[in-house]
Design a protein around this ligand. Structure first.
Ligand SMILES: Cc1cc2nc3c(=O)[nH]c(=O)nc-3n(C[C@H](O)[C@H](O)[C@H](O)COP(=O)(O)O)c2cc1C
Length: 225
């Protein structure tokens, strides 16, 4: 095949790429000018320690999301210190009720869920939060087709951050959500390492958080128009 020629498969791929680029361009332009309805990107920090490294890492991701355009509004829900029990047949009366209301907002464009790595897995608080999102599946799949990005913080360089991301992504597929990683090279998601309860020194990790936020916000704009 000569340069400049393309077969049908290439054409379809190119047309698709063009459509996506056009959609991205138009969404970007709209977002930049602040036109259109506001989209909310909500971050959930699932460490029992309020305001600590997981909350800060999710905040960094939300800042990345906000940088995408004026239509993006962000909110951090820090579960640290809140009372959220796991699922049970009788829904417990705890802090989850108010959170569920926020997640039912039609303006919700996407989620960013952050968890510390606890023994190479998500925190029990993160698991409880996800279990208690069950009412968002019935009678309608409220979160369906919305992007979700994941932020994982560990105390070690290879402390299970990628396993945490996988666990959250797998769970959120049950809600019909669209798991997204970050912009290259943060393809899987945000992976941060804390040192003495700090993440400020982890520039690479903070960059992955920002890139997850940007990807979630860009996709939310494309999907919700
Ligand atoms: C019970 C427990 C288990 C932990 N297990 C891991 C682990 O497997 N891998 C890791 O990298 N860090 C592990 N850590 C460290 C935390 O992931 C790390 O300190 C994280 O920054 C805590 O988040 P926070 O500051 O938001 O509370 C563990 C901490 C606790 C309390």
């Amino acid at each position: 095949m000569k340069t400049g020629e393309c077969n049908r498969r290439d054409f379809v791929a190119l047309a698709g790429a063009g459509a996506i680029a056009a959609a991205a361009g138009s969404a970007g332009a709209t977002a930049a000018t602040g036109e259109g309805k506001a989209l909310r990107i909500v971050g959930i920090a699932c460490s029992p320690r309020k305001g600590m490294t997981t909350a800060r890492a999710v905040r960094a991701a939300l800042d990345g999301a906000a940088s995408v355009g004026a239509r993006i509004q962000t909110e951090l829900i820090d579960l640290g210190g809140m009372s959220i029990a796991g699922w049970s047949p009788e829904p417990p009366k705890d802090d989850m009720e108010a959170i569920l209301e926020k997640l039912k907002d039609p303006a919700l464009g996407g989620l960013i869920i952050g968890s510390p790595s606890y023994f190479r897995g998500i925190s029990s608080l993160c698991k409880a939060f996800i279990e208690r999102c069950s009412p968002l599946r019935e009678p309608t799949m409220v979160l369906a087709d919305k992007p979700v990005g994941v932020v994982a913080v560990g105390g070690f360089r290879n402390g299970g951050q990628e396993l945490v991301i996988e666990q959250v992504q797998a769970a959120m597929l049950c809600f019909g959500m669209v798991p997204v990683g970050g912009k290259a090279p943060a393809f899987q998601g945000a992976t941060l390492m804390s040192a003495k309860d700090e993440i400020a020194q982890d520039e690479l990790g903070l960059d992955t958080a920002k890139k997850v936020g940007i990807h979630v916000a860009e996709l939310a704009l494309r999907l919700m128009g």
